[in-house]
Design a protein around this ligand. Structure first.
Ligand code: PFF
Length: 464
């Protein structure tokens, strides 16, 4: 007999767990870096519009699908599409989501592993010694990622923590971790933000983020803003859908969706304020890609008084954020085995965690340790190596395509009667609000996401 389906302990449980999924490396690493590349202000504004007009409607759609079906993605589409146009074929969308969870976790947990190493180095003092010698951080980082053993170890440790969170179930595992880590994360970030206001670079950071200069906005920035809205809100692969399936019927879906998006956005903006205040104080250039978090940032931390404490708190913060996200990725894959294959939670979590870890070895060795794995480029030279190829595939293809079809399914295939029936439970929400959501999910979201996919295919653009 299958165990009864888990449920969050209440409204806050769902919001914290889902916000934990949303807040991750996307907020603390990718958002500051792409904001810098896209010249701040105007890009931030477009990003906020993308969250409001595309992100929130799709988030609400995913929660509806999860709560209505009481299943994870594969089962959810199987159940809800019964008798509707497309029928069983919609299950393919669920499989796409499970595969995306598998793939994203296999490389995300490697970067997450770096945060453990940096926390340890900040505490032991070795990061401080390197960070104060010019060029030493870059050299260290380059050697570190190319050290296959160290990458496998970091990945393994982070996967163990992730498995630990999922193993104990919805309430005692996932929710408990989020209840402890999310408030701590907010406290650390707020403390760093308060500190940032005392630095000389703070006014410039605020102007950079909030004074839009539309002449600097390109089509590519707009695409990047919409693409990032997906990744940062954990949309397009059924993570929020799965979490929604554990949500009580008496809670308001629109309010929860709104709260998660607001928390995610505030944290991304605070992270930018902290990083840019410090970077502008010392007028340092920002290096591209992973560098910002693992080479630029430590170098500036150690220019400040109490640098090792700032660095240690910062990497703990990033590790916490990453952990609540990796937990949601593993939950999507494990809940497939639980719901569809009838496995016990323990068996599903251990087996899937191990499978993803083993697969992740390919990623771990593709950052320089193994020449073949680091050089393969089936999707073009700019994505050389297994790690980059999979990141490109997931961020540019799996999530947007998943999101597009989630919008089409909820907006066009499911009846308005069914979606309204689910939304109205637990929300005193007016019908007008529902009507606004329905226009966004039927028209705005598919057109915006369709435009991204079109540009990726025909204009060679990409979200990275
Ligand atoms: N939202 C996470 C971040 O911003 O880091 C990444 C992520 C987690 C994407 C879970 C998708 C997902 F299902």
């Amino acid at each position: 007999m299958a165990a009864p389906r888990g449920q969050w302990s209440g409204k806050l449980g769902f919001i914290l767990a889902a916000a934990g999924s949303a807040v991750g490396l996307g907020n603390l690493w990718k958002f500051p870096y792409i904001t810098y590349e896209n010249h701040g202000g105007a890009f931030v504004l477009v990003y906020l519009c993308a969250v409001a007009l595309v992100g929130i409607p799709i988030m609400i759609a995913e929660i509806i699908l999860g709560r209505r079906s009481q299943l994870s993605p594969v089962g959810a589409f199987g159940k809800l599409a019964k008798g509707l146009p497309g029928g069983k074929a919609w299950q393919g969308l669920g499989f796409l989501g499970v595969s995306a969870g598998f793939v994203i976790l296999s490389y995300y947990s490697i970067v997450a592993g770096w945060t453990l190493r940096y926390t340890w180095m900040a505490l032991s003092g070795s990061l401080g010694r390197i960070a104060t010698q010019p060029g030493a951080l870059d050299a260290f980082f380059g050697n570190y990622v190319a050290d296959g053993g160290a990458q496998i170890l970091g990945n393994g440790l982070f996967m163990l923590l992730t498995v630990g969170g999922v193993y104990f179930g919805v309430k005692a595992g996932i929710e408990r971790v989020a209840r402890i880590l999310m408030p701590l994360l907010v406290m650390i970030l707020l403390a760093l933000a308060v500190y940032a206001t005392t630095t000389a670079g703070f006014p410039r950071a605020v102007a950079f983020l909030f004074r839009p200069n539309f002449s600097e906005l390109t089509n590519h920035s707009i695409l990047e803003a919409v693409g990032h809205a997906f990744f940062t809100l954990s949309l397009g692969m059924g993570a929020i859908l799965t979490y929604g399936s554990y949500m009580g019927k008496t809670e308001s879906i629109p309010m929860a969706g709104l709260a998660i998006a607001i928390i995610d956005t505030i944290i991304a903006i605070l992270a930018c304020i902290v990083m840019f205040s410090i970077i502008f104080t010392f007028d340092m250039g920002v290096s591209k890609s992973a560098g910002i978090l693992f080479t630029t940032i430590p170098a500036v931390f150690y220019q400040l008084a109490g640098g090792s404490w700032i660095a240690a708190s910062f990497y703990v913060l990033v590790a916490f954020a990453a952990l609540t996200s990796t937990i949601s990725l593993l939950e999507v894959v494990s809940s497939y085995a639980i719901d569809e294959l009838g496995w016990s939670r323990h068996q599903a979590t251990l087996t899937m965690g191990l499978a993803i870890f083993v697969f992740g070895i390919l990623n771990a060795l593709s950052l320089g340790a193994n020449a073949t794995l680091s050089g393969v480029a089936p999707l073009g030279k700019t994505h050389a190596g297994v790690f980059n190829t999979l990141d490109y595939l997931a961020s540019n293809w799996m999530l947007p395509v998943g999101g597009l079809f989630i919008a089409i399914f909820t907006g066009w295939v499911m009846s308005a009667r069914d979606t309204w029936d689910e939304i109205r439970r637990g929300s005193e929400g007016s019908r007008t609000l529902y009507d606004v959501w329905r226009v966004l999910i039927r028209f705005t979201a598919p057109i915006a996401v369709g435009a991204i996919i079109f540009s990726i295919i025909f204009l060679g653009m990409e979200y990275q």
